[in-house]
Design a protein around this ligand. Structure first.
Ligand SMILES: NC(=O)c1ccc[n+]([C@@H]2O[C@H](COP(=O)([O-])OP(=O)(O)OC[C@H]3O[C@@H](n4cnc5c(N)ncnc54)[C@H](OP(=O)(O)O)[C@@H]3O)[C@@H](O)[C@H]2O)c1
Length: 297
């Protein structure tokens, strides 16, 4: 199958392109060049380079477009609404219109931040109600994508794994391995998701030609404090270095849903896959820890 991965230099896109050897992969990057032999990659900065992307799609006519491009920092989104609307909503609309004409399926990566976090354990049919601009823009994009019933929305959250591009896991390991204290929130909760299980789930969804919405997340609903504690236990770091603080003590630009955890039963059942608990998932990362680029051995 021919797959165009938009955002192949990001955490999820990059892991996907390196582990999809069964498919013909074409990909894009913006600021971070991709140096992978055998994979065609094009620099595309949106919305400015729309014509370039349009020509690429029309020339390659991919069977599937996996759109992982985003501004993934919710505080940045809160203060850069125009830029975020342009990339998350307007570009999504243009890609969707073009792909409907040439019968390419779009898979759009979305977030648990489409929910308000009042309930937790959200299923795919629960009503969205975003409380920050990141979630709001993703919610608008999901609705555009789903106007074509062949398209697919995969919601994920708090992705960690054996990649140098992981953010929170890297912060935890770099500090704890150097005996530095870390402050972690103990009063907001998300489903922690193992990167290789997520990309395996994306591959399964492609294989099954799935459409609609699926929650592709790990099986544990954790705070940042729980997550760091699980890392410390598996990597044998000093747990006392992990301090817990309230999200309210941080002056963050974007409000966070308190409990945005997602129920993954539909994905597990449909695609016959199993998502790990946080302890199992972190143990997998420990086994592949050289891939993190933090340790020498
Ligand atoms: N990681 C998570 O925990 C998580 C959780 C929930 C949802 N998601 C969703 O999953 C998707 C992928 O997440 P990720 O963590 O892999 O994101 P990421 O590491 O931040 O990567 C984002 C990608 O988008 C590209 N990009 C950013 N701005 C662009 C622009 N103006 N024009 C063209 N390309 C642009 C980046 O290119 P360069 O790097 O080359 O600039 C990069 O390839 C996103 O839609 C995100 O909302 C992620």
């Amino acid at each position: 199958m021919k797959i165009l991965v938009l955002g192949g230099s990001g955490l999820i896109g990059n892991f996907f392109i390196h582990n999809s050897t069964d498919h013909e992969i074409i990909t894009t990057f913006n600021k971070n060049k991709i140096n992978t032999p055998n994979i065609i990659s094009k620099k595309i900065n949106l919305p400015d380079d729309w014509d370039k992307l349009q020509n690429l799609i029309l020339e390659k006519k991919p069977d599937v477009i996996l759109n992982t491009m985003a501004f993934s920092n919710s505080d940045f989104c809160e203060t850069n609404k125009e830029k975020v609307y342009a990339l998350h909503v307007q570009v999504t609309e243009k890609i969707t219109t073009l792909c409907s004409k040439i019968n390419s399926k779009i898979i759009f990566l979305s977030t648990d931040n489409v929910f308000d976090g009042q309930k937790g354990n959200y299923i795919e049919t629960d009503e969205t109600n975003p409380i920050n601009y990141y979630g709001h823009s993703k919610d608008l994009a999901e609705k555009i994508i789903l106007k074509n019933e062949n398209n697919l929305v995969l919601r994920t959250s708090m992705v960690y794994g054996s990649s140098s591009k992981v953010r929170f896991l890297r912060y935890v390991i770099e500090n704890l391995s150097n005996n530095q204290e870390i402050n972690t929130y103990d009063d907001i909760f998300n489903s922690a998701t193992n990167l290789s299980e997520l990309t395996n789930g994306i591959s399964k969804a492609i294989e099954f030609n799935a459409n609609g919405i699926y929650h592709m997340v790990g099986s544990s609903c954790v705070s940042r404090f729980d997550f760091a504690t699980a890392v410390a236990k598996v990597f044998n770091f000093n747990e006392e270095l992990i301090k817990h603080v309230s999200i309210n003590s941080a002056k963050l630009k974007a409000e966070r849903p308190v409990n945005a955890c997602l129920n993954n039963s539909k994905a597990e059942k449909t695609f016959d896959i199993k998502f790990s608990s946080i302890n199992e998932g972190i143990k997998q990362v420990y086994e592949d820890k050289n891939e993190l680029g933090i340790f020498n051995t």
